[in-house]
Design a protein around this ligand. Structure first.
Ligand SMILES: Cc1cc2nc3c(=O)[nH]c(=O)nc-3n(C[C@H](O)[C@H](O)[C@H](O)COP(=O)(O)O)c2cc1C
Ligand SMILES: O=C(O)C(=O)c1ccccc1
Length: 386
């Protein structure tokens, strides 16, 4: 079945006056979520750093590029599938790492894993998940899955995370570099809301043998506060340099991708360090307010390393048109993040499925109606800058 058949299904449901429970314009999900989710959880997900200028810039950058449709090119046979770092996927879209998902829905990351797995869409699981990586792996079953590392200060614990992830069947590693400490996030500061301090998003840590050794045994009510403080002190390591990448290289056999790259020179250094890819990302504007829009950083990075390495993209993906623009500017695939988090918060597993099906269907329709038969045909020629 073509991904775009989802559109027919929705139209045909109209025969019985059955309408989708959530909007099919995924850029509207944030408004629906604002109205229906708890203020704290919504603020945590929707919020960004500082004045949120970079979050706004991420979206504005997409609007400066427009697709130029081409006609009469026989697009009857299409193939949206791609292989990225050894992982086959139905379209160039991955479920990006989002931590603490149980603040949105009790089903948390396992619900996301089931929705993604049912469609064959790879999931990148966050280190800061509310369920352990082993539990999420079980929910994902034989679905493709990658693991995102927040590199803790304690090297022995970092190694333990990597061993566990490999044992649980995660096949590629995404090392996030831009969040060794939390950015200045006024929405959360103003509501004094940090999920971790309430014990959410620490499952991988509290269940880890090395972490437990450090806090004197399994985490119970008696040592819980101490364990949370240990988590805070250990979460990230601001002293890391490019030389340290040898450590992850040594402890991970599969492909490694560096997430948070925004400068072509950093992308070159990733290649020099033996990494297999980069995610051009500014963390959705949640870290450095005033930073360059991620889409504006993409072309220069593709020019610098696009031939040598796998360039992925996130920060601002909301619709199929956004996916097409990022691919045309040289990304091999994109990561979707906030939209599926809203889907989860609004309707659990079914909400995530809705978001992924809409995004995949709209991407295929956009590629097809623009005159292309697959993502590999997209080049900057498909766009015009306005
Ligand atoms: C609530 C929330 C939690 C996130 N948690 C993580 C995380 O644990 N690890 C990570 O690498 N990125 C995390 N991110 C960043 C996303 O992976 C992604 O880079 C960002 O959301 C992209 O911006 P967009 O959602 O606006 O498109 C998080 C983002 C949000 C919104
Ligand atoms: O909130 C975030 O953006 C994020 O990346 C994060 C960091 C630590 C724990 C959970 C999420």
């Amino acid at each position: 079945m073509s991904l775009a058949d989802f559109q027919n299904e929705i139209y045909l449901n109209g025969l019985g006056d059955v309408r989708p429970a959530l909007p099919t314009d995924l850029s509207r999900l944030e408004d629906v979520a604002r109205a229906r989710l708890s203020a704290e959880a919504f603020g945590y997900v929707a919020g960004s750093a500082g004045s949120e200028a970079t979050a706004a810039a991420n979206r504005a950058a997409f609007d400066r590029w427009r697709i130029v449709p081409r006609m009469l090119r026989d697009v009857s046979r299409r193939d949206m599938s791609v292989e990225v770092l050894g992982t086959r996927m139905p379209a160039p879209v991955l479920v990006g790492p989002v931590g603490v998902l149980s603040i949105l829905h009790p089903g948390g990351e396992p619900a996301v894993a089931r929705a993604a797995s049912a469609l064959g869409v790879p999931m990148v699981l966050s280190s800061a998940s509310s369920f352990s990586m082993e539990e999420v792996a079980e929910a994902s079953g034989d679905g493709p899955r990658w693991y995102q590392l927040y590199w803790p200060k304690d090297r022995e614990m970092a190694a333990s995370f990597l061993d566990r992830a490999e044992a649980a069947g995660y096949t590629a590693l995404v090392v996030t570099l831009d969040t060794f400490t939390m950015g200045w996030r006024p929405r959360d500061l103003d509501s004094a809301y940090l999920p971790f301090l309430r014990g959410i998003g620490v499952a991988n840590y509290f269940g880890d043998p090395v972490f437990q050794k450090a806090v004197g045994g399994p985490v119970t009510d008696a040592n819980r506060d101490m364990a949370l403080l240990h988590w805070v002190a250990n979460f990230g390591d601001p002293s890391l340099t490019w030389e340290d990448l040898a450590f992850v290289r040594e402890h991970w056999d599969g492909p490694i991708v560096l997430k948070g790259i925004q400068h072509p020179d950093d992308a070159r250094r990733a290649v020099d360090a033996g990494m297999q890819g980069v995610v051009v990302s500014n963390h959705g504007g949640r870290q450095v307010d005033g930073a360059v829009a991620s889409l504006d950083a993409l072309p220069g990075i593709v020019e610098a390393v696009g031939e040598q390495t796998t360039v992925l993209f996130d920060s601002g993906i909301r619709t199929g048109a956004d996916v097409v623009k990022a691919l045309a500017l040289g990304a091999k695939a994109v990561l979707v993040a906030r939209p599926y988090a809203y889907g989860l918060g609004l309707a659990g597993e079914a909400g995530v499925r809705h978001v992924l099906r809409c995004l995949l269907a709209e991407t295929e329709l956009t590629i097809m109606l623009a005159g292309y038969t697959g993502p590999g045909e997209l080049t900057p020629d498909a766009l015009v800058r306005v």
